[in-house]
Design a protein around this ligand. Structure first.
Ligand SMILES: Cc1cc2nc3c(=O)[nH]c(=O)nc-3n(C[C@H](O)[C@H](O)[C@H](O)COP(=O)(O)O)c2cc1C
Length: 338
């Protein structure tokens, strides 16, 4: 039988499928079912910087003075009651998850501004988190803020979280950075042991009848995997740390692609919301079948085999591919189909 175990953030995992941060893991029963189905680790839902700031007494004082610009920005964010867990109930859930599960539990901290809130990384570690995923989603909406400033703020945040804990830290990144290889190299220098590619954007939708802008959440499709594969394949071999692919992983084929691009693990959220937690077991069965049919002794030996470093012709990953793809488009052929 092919060995599907993988290493991620220094953790020895029984397989490549990690449950991505999702509310599904807010139930201990679900956590047990995820482990039974074959998940090799679980990333819990996030504790948000804004929520922690709201909880802090210091911020309350700032709010009453009405002078703190960060506090002002919180006016537009969810109220305390909108968050599903307080930090206390999060830590309690983390402890219970550790007791219930034999697989690693990764806590998720979500924010962007360096500050006092990063101390919760230590609390997560103390509560039993075996690793921390730091989700650094941010949007540049201020024309005065440069990309260099955003990156330097991100590096400062990652550095302060990594310094505060012993457990490994992975950084969940947005796709929109100009030079991702350079940024990832500097994240490693700041202490990160891995990167999770990528955060999904949840763009708001417009209601043109009421002229309202509304939040919208839709689950991913496998087409979202392609930019993740592209970047994992570019980064593989240039980083000492691990790559997790999150976004568009729905099937065994997607898991194999994620690993062949260079991922140590493939994370799943939408697929579990759509097909249920038992989907993990079906995907693992298909994965084992595929490996055995092709006589691979292990999944790990396929890691990075289609990365930019490994393929004889790198042009599919570079600008040449872009030109070739556009040039190969034939208007006559397309018109003939109509
Ligand atoms: C309902 C839902 C809630 C999510 N909540 C979080 C969260 O709290 N923190 C986080 O880092 N990612 C969160 N995510 C993003 C997922 O962890 C994952 O990165 C993303 O959905 C892409 O993976 P997928 O294609 O398998 O869904 C959430 C996703 C969904 C569908």
């Amino acid at each position: 039988m092919s060995d599907i175990s993988m290493q991620y953030l220094g953790l020895k995992l029984s397989g490549p499928i990690v449950v991505s941060s999702t509310p599904l893991s807010e139930s201990i029963d679900n956590i047990r079912r995820m482990e039974d189905a074959g998940a090799s680790a679980i990333v819990l839902t996030s504790l948000f910087e804004e929520q922690l700031a709201l909880e802090s007494r210091a911020l309350d004082e700032d709010l009453s003075r009405g002078t703190n610009s960060f506090a002002e920005s919180l006016d537009y964010l969810p109220e305390q009651g909108d968050y599903r867990m307080t930090h206390e109930s999060y830590l309690e859930h983390l402890r219970r998850a550790r007791e219930a599960a034999g697989i690693p539990i990764i806590a998720s901290l979500n924010g962007f501004t360096p500050g006092g809130w990063v101390r919760f990384a230590k609390e997560m570690e103390n509560a039993g988190a075996q690793a921390i995923e730091l989700n650094t989603f941010a949007l540049a909406t201020d024309s005065k803020q440069t990309s260099a400033e955003i990156e330097s703020q991100l590096l400062e945040l990652v550095g302060s979280v990594c310094k505060s804990v012993q457990v490994p830290v992975a950084v969940k990144l947005s796709q929109s950075f100009t030079s991702l290889p350079n940024l990832c190299m500097r994240l490693e220098e700041a202490g990160a042991r891995g990167v999770a590619l990528f955060n999904r954007f949840y763009q708001p939708d417009f209601d043109i009848e009421t002229l309202e802008v509304r939040p919208s959440l839709h689950f991913s499709t496998p087409s979202e995997l392609l930019p993740r594969l592209h970047w994992a394949a570019i980064l593989f071999g240039h980083l000492n740390g691990d790559i997790a692919v999150t976004g568009g992983v729905h099937s065994a084929e997607d898991v194999l692609k994620a690993v062949m691009a260079g991922g140590s693990v493939a994370m799943m959220a939408s697929a579990l919301h759509i097909h249920g937690i038992d989907h993990i077991g079906r995907v693992l069965t298909d994965l084992r079948d595929w490996l055995e049919k092709r006589e691979f002794a292990s999944l790990a030996e396929t890691r990075g085999c289609l990365s930019r470093r490994s393929v004889p012709d790198t042009s599919p990953y570079d600008r040449g591919n872009y030109i070739k793809t556009l040039s190969s488009y034939s208007l006559r052929q397309t018109m003939a189909a109509f």
